[in-house]
Ligand binder design. Structure first.
Ligand code: SF4
Length: 431
């Protein structure tokens, strides 16, 4: 099964008729062509506004831009071999295969941060994911370990939709509205919950305000914890994960107002906010937003009996129309537990779906969206950047290190530890 760039190539030369098309012709460009762009680059989130303070990648040395795939392969393997136990390479589920094949662990962001701890001799943790993931790994690793993001431009458009200033402004308005006194049951007026896909600064905000972090695997148990301690929850940045989870717990849509930053009271009336159970931040994932009810209907029409599983970052309508919704880990386990001959239509990032299809030739597994559109931000990591950071390490030079200042990290760890206390991390998949 080819990876996304290879599939794009195959489609372009007509060897894979009917496999769909790409969401952007620029996906076939080399990623360094877009390092200076004012966007996330080609892929699902290209149209999302890139914050002006988002990190930019410097110019990748020419030798890495010009190296052939075979040359890069040899150089990466040689550098990994030379660095030995001093290095651990982490690859996110959504990462392209050309990079994932060098990973020591493959998993979701939190699993990977935990996985790095199993390599105590590692002096460098190279995270082939996006910026917030590298931040989390830095906060959970030892101070003497360096966390490296091969391309600094690999951010996350969803995480960038909630910045600390905007959330603090929101908090100020909510505090003015609800006060700071807990009710008779000891529940604070509002309790902040942030999805793992957020900056360290927002995790720290939650730590400071009695809040917690959640993942797509444990969002329900985290919300149960939060409802026991807060009269209402402020959930950021992903409105869909918040809405889908709370709805499944019986919270009505009327009790889930949407908070639009930069609008007074987030665009809501005081009454509506007073009646709220979950205030949802206006954030979303551009990759998961692409899945639609029509795609599900089409999959059911073409494959009667198909099992449709979507990620909870998809819209509520899509989650309602699917058979199941679950995290990447849930999707992976559901497929592993299914008998040969099963047919799955999956609503999540294309690299993961293609890898699952590759790993399970005894089943039919396809992506709900026939247009190939990977996570733009994850796509910024290319073997050329990996070769560059590894060979730099070999020379004793640390490039692209991600560090979170200790004050922020200490508050963020409070929110992460609250989550861990109620939902311990799951084992990771060794690559
Ligand atoms: S898939 Fe969506 S949420 Fe995940 S890293 Fe990409 S943009 Fe962010």
């Amino acid at each position: 099964m080819p990876s996304v760039p290879e599939t794009i190539h195959l489609i372009q030369i007509g060897e894979q008729a009917g496999a769909g098309s790409t969401c952007s012709a620029a996906l076939d460009d080399n990623p360094w062509e877009h390092d200076a762009d004012q966007s996330y680059g080609p892929g699902a989130s290209i149209a999302d506004p890139l914050p002006s303070d988002a990190p930019r990648q410097g110019v990748l040395p020419q030798q890495y831009r010009q190296a052939t795939r075979e040359e890069l392969d040899l150089r990466i393997r040689a550098a990994k071999h030379a660095l030995g136990e001093k290095l651990v390479v982490l690859g996110h589920f959504y990462q392209r295969d050309e990079v994932v094949k060098y990973a020591d662990f493959v998993g979701d962001s939190f699993q990977l941060a935990q996985a790095a701890k199993t390599r105590p001799n590692a002096e460098a943790i190279v995270f082939c994911g996006v910026h917030f993931m590298a931040e989390t790994a830095d906060m959970l690793s030892r101070p003497d370990q360096a966390v490296i993001l091969p391309n600094l431009a690999a951010g996350c458009s969803m995480a960038d939709m909630a910045d600390l200033d905007a959330v603090e402004d929101c908090w100020e308005e909510l505090t003015a509205l609800f006060g700071t006194e807990s009710d008779a049951e000891g529940r604070q007026p509002v309790l902040p919950v942030t999805y793992m896909n957020s900056s360290a600064a927002l995790k720290a905000f939650c730590g400071r305000h009695g809040g917690v972090v959640c993942t797509s695997s444990n969002a329900r148990s985290v919300l149960e914890w939060a409802f026991a301690r807060g009269q209402r929850v402020l959930f950021f940045p992903d409105q869909h994960l918040g809405r889908n989870t709370a709805k499944a717990m019986g919270v009505s849509l009327e009790q889930m107002p949407l908070w639009k930053p930069e609008v007074a009271l987030g665009g809501n009336s005081e009454t509506h906010l007073h009646e709220a159970k979950v205030i949802l931040w206006h954030g979303f994932c551009s990759v998961h937003k692409r899945f639609s009810v029509e795609q599900i209907a089409m999959a059911r029409q073409r494959h009667p009996g198909v099992r449709v599983i979507v990620h909870p970052e998809c819209t509520m309508e899509v989650v309602d129309a699917a058979d199941e919704a679950g995290s990447t880990d849930y999707i992976r386990k559901a497929i592993e537990a299914a008998p040969a001959g099963s047919v799955f239509a999956i609503g999540t990032e294309i690299n993961l779906v293609q890898r699952l299809a590759n790993d399970h030739p005894e089943m039919t597994i396809f992506c709900l969206d026939s247009i190939i559109c990977p996570c733009s931000t994850m796509y910024r990591i290319h073997p050329s950047y990996l070769a560059w950071v590894l060979e730099s390490l070999e020379r004793g030079e640390i490039v692209n290190q991600i560090t979170v200042d200790e004050a922020t990290a200490s508050d963020a760890r409070v929110a992460l530890e609250r989550m861990l206390a109620l939902a311990p991390g799951k084992p990771v998949m060794a690559a």
